[in-house]
Design a binder for this molecule. Sequence first.
Ligand SMILES: Cc1ncc(COP(=O)(O)O)c(C=O)c1O
Length: 431
Amino acid sequence: MSKIIKRDRGLFLTTTREDFNFVADHGEGDFAYDVTGRRFIDFTSFVSVYNLGVNGNAEIRNAAKKQIDKMMHAAFTDFYAELPVQFAEEMLKLLPKGFGRFFLSNSGTEANEAAMKFARLFTRRQYFLAFYGAFHGRTMGSLGMTASKTVQREHFGPFPNTVHAPYAYCYRCPLKLKYPDCGIACADYVRKYTFSKEASGKEFAAVFIEPIQGEGGYIVPPKEFVKEIRKICDDNGALLVADEVQSGYMRTGKFLALDNFGVTADIYTMAKSVGAGLPMGVTVTRKSLGDIPSGSHANTFGGNLVAVAAALAAVKHTVRNKRKLSSMAKEKGGVIMKRLERMKETYEIVGDVRGIGLSIGAEFVKTKEGKEPAVKERQKILDYCFEKGLLLLPAGESTIRLIPPLTISHASLKRGMNIFEDAVKAVNAGR
Ligand SMILES: Cc1ncc(COP(=O)(O)O)c(C=O)c1O
């Protein structure tokens, strides 16, 4: 074990890493390098942060460097500055019509906390609905909505008034039905039970949804599910909040992942790739919802000028190259999906493959018939890939997410997929 890992383990209270011994040194483009100089192809975007390439790009880095020498922090919630204004103006070009009230913070969880508070203020209602498998963050409000792994919630409750309902995880339907014959019974469940028995529909401030559940296992729901949830919100006067923290920012080929479902939310939350490597959270609301009283919500570092300089360079790049980024996500996602579909036919342990654009998951099972989660096998695949120089991350109980930067070269994509298939083949054979 590296000496750095030993020192780390003696110092830090908690982490989520248990099995990865990657000790970062530097990174650029498709690659990350560890402290021994080993090169890894990145299939993680460092948890969906580097959608525009590992360590951003030169434009982003130069903007941040320049801003460091000028002024780093300008207390954006107390004073004015032009950079955050430019950032919001630029981001508006990527958002649906009618949006235009922003709140800036430092992370995904803060973006969601803000959305919860705003939803309560706007509606004067108390309850939130989130879905089983959701990950919305780990601070008290957002953690109440997170329902992914037991360890994330155990001993931390009680939480604010949040209730949960089944997500349309069709490969493992929580209602044991089959899509499309099910008639989207899970959405029906929300209408008939959650929005009636947990609390009256009229008491719900908002429904929070990840358009694609990320930490929960890269689960893509059917369009009808998302549409029906929108309708349930409309019928009851509740707001729909789309958590785009992991699935947004062009990863699906569209700026907002929710756009793939033909639905518009009332509030969007974003983080991760917004700052392209620097901490930045965004909560953006529909203008018609109105304003919130001055001083009712604020923070110290939201709108930090270095983070915003990077975010502005990233969003300008995205506006300029939207078409190109979109086709990169679709085309490269198509390459991965085609290969995964073939692997599903070939190897018993590949149970399900799913995704939109470069938001992709492969779920591993002991047998296709029984669908028992292949937790150990998944770890072996991750280890094998790590040994061969491919960085990957798990999601859900037995899924691996394949989320390289949108900018990944075809050569690195192919090399990465070759390593991945070799790993699956070896683990499948050695069962
Ligand atoms: C969908 C989603 N929402 C919220 C968060 C929380 O973001 P952060 O870790 O920046 O607080 C995450 C983090 O993985 C996420 O995937």
